[in-house]
Design a protein around this ligand. Structure first.
Ligand SMILES: [Zn+2]
Length: 310
Protein backbone atom coordinates (compact mmCIF):
# COMPACT_ATOMS: atom_id res chain seq x y z
CA UNK A 1 0.00 0.00 0.00
CA UNK A 2 1.37 3.38 -0.95
CA UNK A 3 1.79 5.89 1.84
CA UNK A 4 1.09 9.54 1.11
CA UNK A 5 4.46 10.82 -0.02
CA UNK A 6 3.33 14.39 0.39
CA UNK A 7 3.12 13.89 4.18
CA UNK A 8 6.54 12.29 4.53
CA UNK A 9 9.33 13.83 6.61
CA UNK A 10 12.07 14.79 4.14
CA UNK A 11 15.57 16.18 4.70
CA UNK A 12 16.63 18.87 2.25
CA UNK A 13 20.12 20.10 1.48
CA UNK A 14 20.50 23.39 -0.35
CA UNK A 15 24.03 24.05 -1.56
CA UNK A 16 24.11 27.60 -2.83
CA UNK A 17 26.87 29.82 -4.13
CA UNK A 18 27.79 31.14 -0.69
CA UNK A 19 25.73 29.22 1.88
CA UNK A 20 24.60 25.73 2.70
CA UNK A 21 21.34 24.89 4.38
CA UNK A 22 19.93 21.72 5.90
CA UNK A 23 16.17 21.60 6.42
CA UNK A 24 13.74 19.09 7.78
CA UNK A 25 10.35 19.42 6.13
CA UNK A 26 6.89 17.95 5.99
CA UNK A 27 5.21 19.03 2.75
CA UNK A 28 5.85 22.76 2.34
CA UNK A 29 6.38 23.23 6.09
CA UNK A 30 9.95 23.66 7.31
CA UNK A 31 10.11 21.87 10.68
CA UNK A 32 13.78 22.68 11.37
CA UNK A 33 16.62 24.42 9.56
CA UNK A 34 20.35 24.90 10.07
CA UNK A 35 22.58 27.21 8.10
CA UNK A 36 26.17 26.14 7.62
CA UNK A 37 29.04 28.27 6.33
CA UNK A 38 30.14 26.97 2.94
CA UNK A 39 33.86 26.29 3.01
CA UNK A 40 35.67 23.32 1.46
CA UNK A 41 33.52 20.33 0.39
CA UNK A 42 34.61 17.91 3.12
CA UNK A 43 33.99 20.31 6.04
CA UNK A 44 30.70 21.55 4.58
CA UNK A 45 29.29 18.13 3.68
CA UNK A 46 30.38 16.64 7.05
CA UNK A 47 28.57 19.43 8.89
CA UNK A 48 25.43 18.90 6.81
CA UNK A 49 25.35 15.11 7.21
CA UNK A 50 26.01 15.45 10.97
CA UNK A 51 22.94 17.65 11.25
CA UNK A 52 20.85 15.06 9.40
CA UNK A 53 22.14 12.27 11.66
CA UNK A 54 21.27 14.35 14.71
CA UNK A 55 17.70 14.89 13.50
CA UNK A 56 17.32 11.17 12.81
CA UNK A 57 18.77 10.26 16.25
CA UNK A 58 16.17 12.48 17.91
CA UNK A 59 13.33 10.51 16.35
CA UNK A 60 12.88 12.61 13.20
CA UNK A 61 13.59 9.79 10.81
CA UNK A 62 13.22 11.22 7.34
CA UNK A 63 12.07 9.07 4.43
CA UNK A 64 14.13 10.73 1.71
CA UNK A 65 16.89 13.25 1.14
CA UNK A 66 16.73 15.90 -1.54
CA UNK A 67 19.80 17.85 -2.63
CA UNK A 68 19.62 21.06 -4.62
CA UNK A 69 23.12 22.13 -5.57
CA UNK A 70 24.76 25.03 -7.33
CA UNK A 71 25.93 23.89 -10.76
CA UNK A 72 27.04 22.69 -13.08
CA UNK A 73 26.30 19.18 -11.79
CA UNK A 74 26.23 15.66 -13.25
CA UNK A 75 22.68 14.31 -13.53
CA UNK A 76 23.10 11.19 -15.69
CA UNK A 77 23.24 8.05 -13.47
CA UNK A 78 25.19 6.25 -16.22
CA UNK A 79 28.09 8.69 -15.99
CA UNK A 80 30.88 8.70 -13.42
CA UNK A 81 30.21 12.35 -12.59
CA UNK A 82 26.62 11.59 -11.49
CA UNK A 83 25.85 13.48 -8.30
CA UNK A 84 29.01 15.57 -8.57
CA UNK A 85 29.51 19.28 -8.91
CA UNK A 86 31.49 19.39 -12.17
CA UNK A 87 33.14 22.39 -13.87
CA UNK A 88 32.65 25.04 -11.21
CA UNK A 89 35.30 27.74 -10.78
CA UNK A 90 34.58 27.70 -7.00
CA UNK A 91 37.81 26.71 -5.20
CA UNK A 92 37.88 23.07 -4.06
CA UNK A 93 34.42 22.16 -5.36
CA UNK A 94 35.35 20.98 -8.86
CA UNK A 95 34.35 17.27 -9.14
CA UNK A 96 33.09 17.16 -5.52
CA UNK A 97 30.93 14.03 -5.04
CA UNK A 98 28.01 15.59 -3.20
CA UNK A 99 25.36 12.88 -3.66
CA UNK A 100 27.86 10.12 -2.88
CA UNK A 101 28.66 11.70 0.49
CA UNK A 102 25.03 11.25 1.60
CA UNK A 103 24.52 7.89 -0.14
CA UNK A 104 27.37 6.44 1.93
CA UNK A 105 25.72 7.53 5.17
CA UNK A 106 21.95 7.24 4.72
CA UNK A 107 19.86 4.34 3.44
CA UNK A 108 16.93 6.33 2.00
CA UNK A 109 16.07 7.50 -1.53
CA UNK A 110 18.28 10.46 -2.45
CA UNK A 111 17.29 12.96 -5.08
CA UNK A 112 19.94 15.21 -6.62
CA UNK A 113 19.46 18.18 -8.91
CA UNK A 114 20.46 21.78 -9.45
CA UNK A 115 19.24 24.27 -6.84
CA UNK A 116 17.23 26.04 -9.52
CA UNK A 117 15.59 22.90 -10.89
CA UNK A 118 14.64 22.19 -7.26
CA UNK A 119 13.20 25.66 -6.77
CA UNK A 120 11.29 25.27 -10.04
CA UNK A 121 9.82 21.98 -8.78
CA UNK A 122 8.83 23.54 -5.44
CA UNK A 123 7.18 26.53 -7.13
CA UNK A 124 5.21 24.07 -9.28
CA UNK A 125 4.20 21.92 -6.31
CA UNK A 126 3.37 24.61 -3.75
CA UNK A 127 4.11 28.08 -5.13
CA UNK A 128 3.52 30.44 -8.02
CA UNK A 129 3.45 27.84 -10.82
CA UNK A 130 0.81 25.41 -9.51
CA UNK A 131 -1.39 24.03 -12.33
CA UNK A 132 1.25 24.85 -14.97
CA UNK A 133 2.37 22.01 -17.22
CA UNK A 134 5.47 23.91 -18.37
CA UNK A 135 7.18 26.56 -16.30
CA UNK A 136 10.58 28.09 -15.58
CA UNK A 137 12.22 29.41 -12.43
CA UNK A 138 14.96 32.01 -12.66
CA UNK A 139 17.06 33.36 -9.84
CA UNK A 140 18.98 36.58 -10.31
CA UNK A 141 21.43 37.31 -7.52
CA UNK A 142 25.11 36.49 -7.08
CA UNK A 143 24.65 34.43 -10.25
CA UNK A 144 21.84 33.89 -12.72
CA UNK A 145 20.40 30.39 -12.85
CA UNK A 146 17.27 28.84 -14.25
CA UNK A 147 15.34 25.60 -14.02
CA UNK A 148 12.69 24.23 -16.37
CA UNK A 149 9.89 21.86 -15.33
CA UNK A 150 7.71 19.96 -17.78
CA UNK A 151 4.77 17.91 -16.47
CA UNK A 152 6.14 17.83 -12.93
CA UNK A 153 9.69 16.85 -13.88
CA UNK A 154 12.81 18.99 -14.23
CA UNK A 155 14.30 18.97 -17.69
CA UNK A 156 17.43 16.81 -17.85
CA UNK A 157 19.04 15.99 -21.13
CA UNK A 158 22.67 16.27 -22.01
CA UNK A 159 22.99 17.91 -18.58
CA UNK A 160 20.58 20.63 -17.44
CA UNK A 161 19.57 24.06 -18.63
CA UNK A 162 22.09 26.87 -18.08
CA UNK A 163 19.83 29.81 -18.70
CA UNK A 164 22.14 32.34 -17.06
CA UNK A 165 24.86 31.75 -19.62
CA UNK A 166 22.82 32.53 -22.72
CA UNK A 167 23.94 35.56 -24.69
CA UNK A 168 21.21 38.04 -25.54
CA UNK A 169 20.96 41.07 -27.79
CA UNK A 170 22.13 44.05 -25.78
CA UNK A 171 21.12 47.70 -25.85
CA UNK A 172 23.34 49.44 -28.35
CA UNK A 173 24.47 51.87 -25.64
CA UNK A 174 25.55 49.10 -23.26
CA UNK A 175 29.23 48.43 -23.81
CA UNK A 176 30.07 46.78 -20.47
CA UNK A 177 32.35 43.79 -21.24
CA UNK A 178 30.68 41.48 -18.69
CA UNK A 179 32.06 39.49 -15.77
CA UNK A 180 31.49 35.82 -16.66
CA UNK A 181 34.86 34.01 -16.62
CA UNK A 182 33.63 31.72 -19.41
CA UNK A 183 31.66 34.05 -21.69
CA UNK A 184 32.14 37.67 -20.64
CA UNK A 185 28.81 39.20 -21.60
CA UNK A 186 26.36 36.32 -21.10
CA UNK A 187 23.28 37.22 -19.05
CA UNK A 188 25.02 36.33 -15.78
CA UNK A 189 28.04 38.39 -16.82
CA UNK A 190 25.76 41.38 -17.46
CA UNK A 191 23.10 41.43 -14.73
CA UNK A 192 24.25 39.35 -11.72
CA UNK A 193 25.02 41.14 -8.46
CA UNK A 194 28.79 41.12 -9.11
CA UNK A 195 28.19 42.40 -12.67
CA UNK A 196 26.05 45.27 -11.40
CA UNK A 197 28.70 46.06 -8.79
CA UNK A 198 31.41 46.04 -11.47
CA UNK A 199 29.33 48.35 -13.67
CA UNK A 200 28.54 50.90 -10.96
CA UNK A 201 30.90 50.40 -8.00
CA UNK A 202 27.83 49.86 -5.80
CA UNK A 203 25.72 46.91 -4.74
CA UNK A 204 22.23 46.60 -6.22
CA UNK A 205 20.48 47.60 -2.98
CA UNK A 206 22.46 50.87 -2.83
CA UNK A 207 21.70 51.96 -6.37
CA UNK A 208 18.97 54.52 -6.93
CA UNK A 209 15.98 53.33 -8.96
CA UNK A 210 16.60 56.11 -11.46
CA UNK A 211 20.14 54.91 -12.23
CA UNK A 212 20.58 54.08 -15.94
CA UNK A 213 22.10 50.66 -15.11
CA UNK A 214 18.58 49.41 -14.41
CA UNK A 215 17.55 50.20 -18.00
CA UNK A 216 20.27 47.82 -19.22
CA UNK A 217 19.41 45.14 -16.65
CA UNK A 218 15.68 45.23 -17.46
CA UNK A 219 16.28 45.21 -21.22
CA UNK A 220 18.67 42.27 -21.06
CA UNK A 221 16.47 40.26 -18.72
CA UNK A 222 13.53 41.03 -21.02
CA UNK A 223 15.52 39.51 -23.89
CA UNK A 224 16.13 36.39 -21.82
CA UNK A 225 12.39 36.11 -21.04
CA UNK A 226 11.57 36.44 -24.74
CA UNK A 227 14.07 33.70 -25.54
CA UNK A 228 12.40 31.45 -22.95
CA UNK A 229 8.95 32.14 -24.38
CA UNK A 230 10.21 31.26 -27.87
CA UNK A 231 12.06 28.05 -26.89
CA UNK A 232 10.31 26.51 -23.87
CA UNK A 233 6.84 28.09 -24.23
CA UNK A 234 6.33 28.32 -20.47
CA UNK A 235 2.97 29.12 -18.93
CA UNK A 236 4.80 30.93 -16.14
CA UNK A 237 8.28 32.28 -15.44
CA UNK A 238 8.87 32.57 -11.70
CA UNK A 239 11.59 34.97 -10.53
CA UNK A 240 13.54 34.54 -7.29
CA UNK A 241 16.78 35.94 -5.90
CA UNK A 242 17.67 39.60 -5.49
CA UNK A 243 15.68 40.87 -8.47
CA UNK A 244 12.69 38.53 -8.16
CA UNK A 245 12.15 39.09 -4.47
CA UNK A 246 14.14 42.18 -3.43
CA UNK A 247 13.58 44.43 -6.42
CA UNK A 248 10.16 43.66 -7.74
CA UNK A 249 9.78 47.24 -8.92
CA UNK A 250 11.91 46.14 -11.92
CA UNK A 251 9.34 43.57 -13.07
CA UNK A 252 7.17 45.94 -15.16
CA UNK A 253 10.27 47.07 -17.10
CA UNK A 254 11.39 43.46 -17.64
CA UNK A 255 7.92 42.48 -18.86
CA UNK A 256 7.82 45.52 -21.15
CA UNK A 257 11.20 44.66 -22.65
CA UNK A 258 10.04 41.07 -23.24
CA UNK A 259 6.82 42.16 -24.96
CA UNK A 260 8.78 44.55 -27.16
CA UNK A 261 11.33 41.85 -28.05
CA UNK A 262 8.55 39.42 -29.03
CA UNK A 263 7.08 42.03 -31.37
CA UNK A 264 3.51 40.71 -31.08
CA UNK A 265 4.44 37.35 -32.61
CA UNK A 266 3.34 35.11 -29.70
CA UNK A 267 -0.42 35.63 -29.63
CA UNK A 268 -1.21 35.17 -25.91
CA UNK A 269 1.45 37.66 -24.77
CA UNK A 270 0.78 41.37 -24.45
CA UNK A 271 1.48 43.99 -21.77
CA UNK A 272 -1.48 42.86 -19.70
CA UNK A 273 -1.01 39.07 -19.88
CA UNK A 274 2.74 39.50 -19.28
CA UNK A 275 1.91 40.27 -15.63
CA UNK A 276 0.62 36.69 -15.27
CA UNK A 277 3.50 35.18 -17.20
CA UNK A 278 6.38 36.73 -15.20
CA UNK A 279 5.73 36.59 -11.46
CA UNK A 280 7.77 36.72 -8.23
CA UNK A 281 8.51 33.47 -6.39
CA UNK A 282 5.43 32.39 -4.43
CA UNK A 283 7.60 30.69 -1.81
CA UNK A 284 9.87 33.72 -1.36
CA UNK A 285 13.27 32.88 0.06
CA UNK A 286 12.07 29.35 0.89
CA UNK A 287 11.99 28.39 -2.80
CA UNK A 288 15.60 27.17 -2.38
CA UNK A 289 15.26 24.92 0.70
CA UNK A 290 11.80 23.70 -0.31
CA UNK A 291 13.31 23.02 -3.72
CA UNK A 292 15.66 20.53 -2.13
CA UNK A 293 12.68 18.92 -0.41
CA UNK A 294 10.78 18.72 -3.70
CA UNK A 295 13.77 16.93 -5.26
CA UNK A 296 13.67 14.44 -2.36
CA UNK A 297 9.92 13.90 -2.77
CA UNK A 298 10.40 13.15 -6.45
CA UNK A 299 13.09 10.55 -5.61
CA UNK A 300 10.84 8.99 -2.93
CA UNK A 301 7.96 8.78 -5.40
CA UNK A 302 10.13 7.11 -8.03
CA UNK A 303 11.38 4.57 -5.48
CA UNK A 304 7.79 3.70 -4.56
CA UNK A 305 6.91 3.27 -8.22
CA UNK A 306 9.92 0.97 -8.69
CA UNK A 307 8.91 -1.14 -5.69
CA UNK A 308 5.28 -1.41 -6.75
CA UNK A 309 5.85 -1.67 -10.47
CA UNK A 310 5.48 1.18 -12.89
ZN1 LIG B 1 28.59 32.80 -18.78
Amino acid sequence: MLTAIEDALVAGIELGGTKALAVLTRGPTVVARTRIPKTDPRTTLDALSSQLSEWAARGNEFEAIGIGSFGPVGLDPRRSDFGHVTTTPKPGWRNADVRGHFAQRFDVPIGFDTDVNGAALAEGRWGAARTCSVHCYLTIGTGVGGGIVVNGRPVHGLVHAELGHVRVRRRITDTFPGTCPYHGDCVEGLVSGPAIAARTGQSGEQIDRGHPVWDDVAAELGQLMAMLVLTVSPERIVLGGGVGIGQQWLLPSIRGAMVEALGGYVAPIDVSTATELIVPAGLGDDAGPLGATAVGLLAAGETQLDRHGR
